[in-house]
Design a protein around this ligand. Sequence first.
Ligand SMILES: [Zn+2]
Length: 274
Amino acid sequence: MMRAQQKSGPLYMSAKVQHLPWECVTALKPFDLRKVNHVFFSRPGSYLADGFRRMMQAIAKNNNDFDITVRWVPGHIDIHGNEEVDKHAKRAAENRESKSPRQHLPHYLRLGTLPLSISALKQAHTKQTHAHWGRIWRKSPRYARTNHLDPNLIHRSFIKLVAHFPKRLTSLYISLRSQHIPLNKYLHRIGKKESPHCEHCPQTDETVHHFILECQHYQRQRHTLTCALGRKASSLPFLLADPDATVHLVRYINSTRRLKTTYGEVPLPTKHSD
Ligand SMILES: [Zn+2]
């Protein structure tokens, strides 16, 4: 609640301005009133304070003896004026019919729309930037390779998942999810292996999918994984993205010893991600 009173002259103003920035009081000090031409407010509702300040400046310009005092009063302690403003503001918010006629409003509120809110603009900008980034990412060649594993590879969910992972485990997860991992399919692609095939399964590429879900050589270890996770153990996105799967997947990988040369004994998360 802000109450402004003109000491000389008939003007008496009372306005409901919630969240009014303190700077407006500074700007409205009599001494500053004629000098301050531009005060930039960035808080919610600050356009109201700005409009009020401009209105006072206009009056001060044409009245040499104009003086004004702005006082803050606490809300909800039965101050009559404050309670009246609350009542009218509530009624206007609930029912369009109760709104003041346009011609009764201060000039700066008679426009068709309210001024843009800086916080709303920031939100819209962030949303637009994310959408733009998403379009660029979907055109990237890496998108197709990683999306069938987990569309959220570089999203917050992954950051949250690995928040309590030891570095070696994070490195393993990034390798599994990007498929840049020392399994024959990838090793062949970078010229480190003659064949992309699994050493135990002729004519079958040794991919992440094959190593974790199909290879018959690791049937016993996979049985343990399935006993722990049930049907979900056959979903690669679940295994690589759900915190409940991490411990069991790490145990599976350690027990196969397939990646031991690169990763050694992979450590478990230090704390369960929630
Ligand atoms: Zn195999």
